[in-house]
Structures are given as C-alpha cells and as structure tokens.
Design a protein around this ligand. Structure first.
Ligand SMILES: C[S@@+](CC[C@H](N)C(=O)[O-])C[C@H]1O[C@@H](n2cnc3c(N)ncnc32)[C@H](O)[C@@H]1O
Length: 228
C-alpha cells in the first residue's frame, strides 16, 4: 500500500511506495471506513455544502473514500460546486475515484493522492477539513498553507468532534481505535486548543455550531476566515 514515510521530521508527509495493499485488504479497509464513518460525515458535508455559494470551488482535505461527498451528490450538482479532493491514503483514493464515476460526479469532482502540505492548486472559495484536521502532524502549518490557497473572501470549514471536557480515557482510546479499525481518528480536540490554532495561523472564527452531542463530545462545524 502507498503510505506515509514517518522516519524523520521532513519525512512526515512523504507518500512512499511500501508494501502494496492487496485488492481484498484495500476493499476491506474502505468497507470498514464507510461502515463506521459515513452516516455521520454525510450529514456534516450536507451542512457545509448548504453554506457554500453556488458555483463555489472547494478543496476537500482528506476526502477519504468520497462517500460523504457522494451522499450529497444531488446538492453538489444543483449548486454547481467544483471539488478537488486530496488524500494520502491510496486505498481510499481508489475507492473515491470509483465512487465519483458511479455517482456521475466526475464533471464536478476530481481526487488526487496528495498530502495537504504538497497541494499547489487553487485559488479556492473554500477549503474543507472533515474529520481530517485532527490527524495532521502540523495543523498550524496546514492552515497557513491552505489560507494561501484561498481566493479573496474565501473561508476554511471544519467538521469534527470536539471534546467538551478533558478526557484521559478518550486520549487513550483514540489510538486504540486505529489498531482495531485501521482508521486514524487523530488526536482528541479541545475547543480552546482548536481556537488557539486558528488564532496562531491568522484566522478568525466566524461560526462554531454544535451539530449534535454524544456525551462529553460534540460534533461541531466551524468556519474561519483570514484576519485582516
Ligand atoms: C476520518 S477521514 C475523513 C474522510 C472524509 N473527509 C469524511 O469526513 O468522511 C480523514 C482522512 O484524512 C486523510 N488525511 C490524513 N492526513 C492527510 C494529509 N496530510 N493530507 C491529506 N489527507 C490526509 C486520511 O487519509 C483520511 O482519509
């Protein structure tokens, strides 16, 4: 499978050709991902798409298998949104390409096997991190990089869970989940730390909406724009 080199610091985002996933492994990983994640994130995409202007050009950072996007295909088509989706997971990108064909979204969306730090296109009216921001090893650098890809008036959207109260249990549990499911759920995000990351990257928080609550965690939508 294509994977990330994680040797030295400079290696962190490099896509490497290690052992290939077999077809069955790749299908299994994509199936696990779709079964566990999609129902939730399809609703998140719907909320973000609702807020985009017609004809918006969108960068989807960490598009995964494109299932959440495909679940909103009708909205994408009606609003004439154009999407570039990037991901570092080769198995997911294969599934995403197939899915865009199946849902006839090919005219609206393309996917690339690429890390956010290496992405050099745009400009974009919106950059969207759905359950991907908390996976990034250098979140502020990703934000600064994406801010530079925005067109004037552009926005950065986030949907993810935010832990409402400190939870050592959840901090321990998230890495365990990756071992069990093959899905990287990243770090636990706390609201203050998230706001501080936006601020450090020169972004102002425009909206922070709780979409649903699950105990001490909340599914949140955040919208940020460059300060000044
Ligand atoms: C939990 S999945 C979310 C997928 C999709 N956005 C959704 O909400 O259904 C997070 C995705 O981010 C991708 N990802 C992690 N680091 C990345 C990076 N540096 N650049 C682009 N994508 C990345 C992962 O491979 C994974 O597919």
């Amino acid at each position: 499978m294509l994977g990330l080199g994680r040797g030295g610091k400079g290696d962190i985002y490099r896509l490497t050709t290690g052992a290939e996933s077999t077809g069955n492994q790749a299908m299994f990983r994509s199936w696990v991902y779709d079964s566990l994640i999609l129902r939730l994130t399809a609703r998140w995409y719907a909320e973000v798409l609702k807020r985009l202007p017609a004809g918006a050009v969108l960068l989807d950072v960490g598009i995964g298998t494109a299932g959440a996007l495909a679940a909103n295909a009708e909205t994408v088509r009606c609003k004439g949104v154009r999407i570039t989706g990037i991901d570092i997971d080769a198995d997911y990108i294969v599934r995403a390409r197939r899915r865009l064909e199946e849902t006839a979204l090919g005219a609206h969306a393309e996917v690339r096997l690429e890390s956010v730090y290496d992405h050099r296109a745009g400009p974009y009216d919106a950059v969207y991190f759905s359950a991907s921001f908390m996976l990034l090893p250098e979140p502020e650098r990703a934000l600064r990089h994406c801010t530079a890809l925005l067109s004037p008036g552009g926005r950065i959207f986030f949907t993810q869970t935010i832990q409402q109260r400190p939870s050592r249990g959840m901090e321990w549990f998230k890495p365990m989940l990756k071992r069990l499911t093959s899905i990287d759920f990243g770090r636990v995000t706390y609201e203050d730390a998230f706001k501080a990351q936006l601020d450090a990257a020169g972004l102002s928080l425009e909206e922070l909406t709780v979409l649903s609550r699950h105990g001490n965690r909340a599914s949140c939508l955040a919208v940020a724009r460059p300060r000044s």
